[in-house]
Each structure stands twice: as structure tokens, then as C-alpha cells.
Design a protein around this ligand. Structure first.
Ligand code: FMN
Length: 331
């Protein structure tokens, strides 16, 4: 037997063991608490987009579309995958070559009509070597996802969805991502409906959301800048600190693109690889606040985006002196 076959069988056995530990006792659906929830959404604003090479993910996608009443869109490769392309025991089959290439972006035939109209996108794919197939990367790079929530789901021979998430999340950092879920071919409509319903906020949760702090302020010299907040546990922790008192810290120049300083507190990290833009307010290393007037690619947790200041104005403000004093406040 070739070495690649041993490696794959070993991987599948590991995955099966992990699945046995992780499953909730029922087959078809992995256990796990989903992070984040969806506000009740009009079905016409829900899209179930999926790629399926051999039909398993398609079956799950159709059940999700039934459960949500949303629209369904199949991500169809311009060049369909043949059995040979998918023969993963052949180390140089097309699917393996694509998964081994950081830059592979298989072309998609057609596109989503009126993507702007969707607020929630369920995004489905089979796991290929622990990750999402590269055509999902093509899909994520083809549209704007700011303001949308993406709910990933996958099917696999046993691997969990977890290992596939960070790379695809990094391709749409403006979206809100839910943790997502793995299903296998035996997942029933009832199991899928239970999962879909569990993602929707109750009316108490929606009321709580409305009361959530959506912006904070940075005061630098005479300038007071509003920061529209992301929704994550670092932001929640920061807001809790600010409820006790304003925070003032000193930020120093770094790299010709940012001002960085210690917050004096550690916040929970959910770092993902991202490329920052001028105006981004970022948590670095759990306790450093970075104000960007330029761009950098690194693993960060985004806290928010400065509002009402142009990139030029921001650069002028932040680079007036090497060290600047920044006050963060709730109002
Ligand atoms: C190239 C390739 C790589 C795969 N890698 C994995 C893997 O790492 N872990 C796993 O559990 N299953 C793996 N599988 C199995 C698929 O994830 C599984 O059969 C999936 O349900 C297929 O979905 P589809 O019918 O929608 O294409 C792989 C399949 C292919 C073709």
C-alpha cells in the first residue's frame, strides 16, 4: 500500500475516534454549543450556499433550505470534479493538488443573484483533508460579506468542522461567523431542523441584543472618534471594564502603520488571520490595543472600526507625535 493511503486511513481512524467522543449519542449530527445566534430573519434574506462533489453536502443543504425556507444556491465548479479528480489515495489527484496549494482557487460557474439581499448565509462543503475545498475560498473571495452572518456546515467521513474554520473565516473578516456544525449523510430532516431552530434568538435574547453597547469612543488630543464595535467576547469584556471606568493608555508608533499600547487588562482572544485597514481598532496578544492608520496582516481579534474620520485625517492625528495618549470611554 502506498504511504499516502496509510496516512489517509490513519487520519480517518483518528477522525472517527474524535467523532465517537464528540457525538451526542445520536448519529448524524455532531454535539457542541454554537457560538452566537441569529436574530429572527425573513426567509427571503436567507441563502443556503453549498458545494458538494458527491451529493452528501447537497442532501444536508436541501434539508437546511427546507428548515429555514431560505433560497438555495449550488456552488458549481466550472470544471466538474471527476471520480479521478477526487481519488484522494492518489497523492497527485486534482482535489489533493488543490488542497496542497495555498493559491488554488477553482473557478465557479455562475454566481449568486442579488447577494446584497441576503443577511444570513449557511455555507456548506465537504471536508477535504481537514479543510474546506478551495472552491469555497473562491466563493468567499467573490462577494462582499460585511454585515452578513455566515453559518458554516460540513459533511465528512469523520473529521470535525473545527480545523476548516480559521482559514475560511480569514477570507471574510467583515462577516459575523457562527461556529457551524458537521453532519454526516444520515442526518435527518428533524435533526437539521432542531439545529436550525436552536440558532435563532429567543425574544428575550433579541431584547438583550438591542440593549448591547454598539459603540465606544476614543479621545486623542482634541479629537473624539466613535468606534463601531464588533460582536465578540473581547468586546464584551472591554465594555464591562469601561462600565467601571474610562481607560487611558499610551500608544507608541510601530511599523509606520499603527499605534500600539498596553490596555493594562487582558481580554479574551479569538484571533484570526486578517489584513487590517486604516481605522481598525484591534486587540493584539490579548492585552495590546492597536489603532491602525495603515495595513498589516497578522492574527488579531478585531474590536471595532473608527467612524467619521478619513484615512488621511487619521494618519495625521495618530502620527503627530511618536507617543500619543488615548482615552477609551463608553460615551
Ligand atoms: C479529496 C478528499 C479529501 C477528503 N478528506 C477527508 C478528511 O480529511 N476527513 C474526512 O473525514 N473525510 C474526508 N473526505 C470525505 C468527505 O469529506 C465526505 O465523503 C463528504 O461527506 C463528501 O461530501 P460531498 O458528497 O458533498 O462531496 C475526503 C474526500 C475527498 C474527495
Amino acid at each position: 500500500m502506498k504511504k499516502s493511503i496509510h496516512v489517509f486511513i490513519f487520519l480517518l481512524i483518528c477522525c472517527l475516534l474524535i467523532t465517537l467522543v464528540a457525538c451526542d449519542g445520536k448519529s448524524g449530527v455532531d454535539a457542541g454549543a454554537d457560538k452566537g445566534k441569529l436574530p429572527p430573519t425573513d426567509p427571503s434574506n436567507i441563502l443556503v450556499a453549498y458545494f458538494s462533489a458527491t451529493g452528501t453536502t447537497k442532501g444536508v443543504a436541501e434539508k437546511i433550505a427546507d428548515a429555514t425556507d431560505g433560497d438555495i444556491y449550488e456552488i458549481v465548479p466550472s470544471q466538474p470534479y471527476t471520480q479521478e479528480d477526487l481519488a484522494y489515495t492518489n497523492s497527485s489527484c486534482r482535489a489533493n493538488n488543490e488542497q496542497n496549494s495555498a493559491t488554488a482557487r477553482p473557478a465557479i460557474n455562475g454566481n449568486v443573484q442579488d447577494m446584497e439581499s441576503y443577511d444570513v448565509i449557511y455555507l456548506g462543503y465537504p471536508i477535504w483533508w481537514g479543510k474546506a475545498p478551495k472552491i469555497i475560498y473562491t466563493f468567499l473571495e467573490s462577494y462582499e460579506f460585511a454585515g452578513k452572518t455566515i453559518v458554516p456546515f460540513c459533511t465528512s467521513g469523520g473529521s470535525s468542522i473545527d480545523g476548516s474554520l480559521s482559514e475560511i473565516q480569514a477570507l471574510a473578516t467583515d462577516a459575523t461567523w457562527l461556529d457551524g456544525r458537521r453532519f454526516d449523510a444520515s442526518a435527518t430532516s428533524a435533526q437539521i431542523k432542531t439545529w436550525v431552530d436552536s440558532l435563532i434568538m429567543t425574544s428575550e435574547e433579541t431584547d438583550g441584543e438591542k440593549e448591547m453597547t454598539e459603540e465606544i469612543f476614543l479621545t486623542i488630543g482634541d479629537s473624539k472618534i466613535a468606534v463601531k464595535l464588533e460582536k465578540n467576547s473581547a468586546v464584551d469584556a472591554l465594555v464591562e471594564l469601561l462600565k467601571q471606568d474610562d481607560i487611558t493608555y499610551v500608544a507608541n508608533e510601530y511599523g509606520g502603520f499603527e499605534k500600539v499600547g498596553s490596555l493594562g487588562h487582558s481580554l479574551p482572544r479569538s484571533d484570526v488571520q486578517m489584513t487590517t485597514k486604516a481605522g481598525d481598532v484591534i486587540l493584539y496578544n490579548g492585552d495590546q490595543i492597536v489603532l491602525f492608520y495603515g495595513s498589516n496582516s497578522w492574527r488579531y481579534t478585531k474590536l471595532g472600526t473608527m467612524q467619521g474620520i478619513s484615512a488621511e485625517e487619521l494618519k495625521a492625528l495618530l502620527t503627530k507625535t511618536d507617543a500619543i495618549t488615548v482615552k477609551i470611554s463608553l460615551n
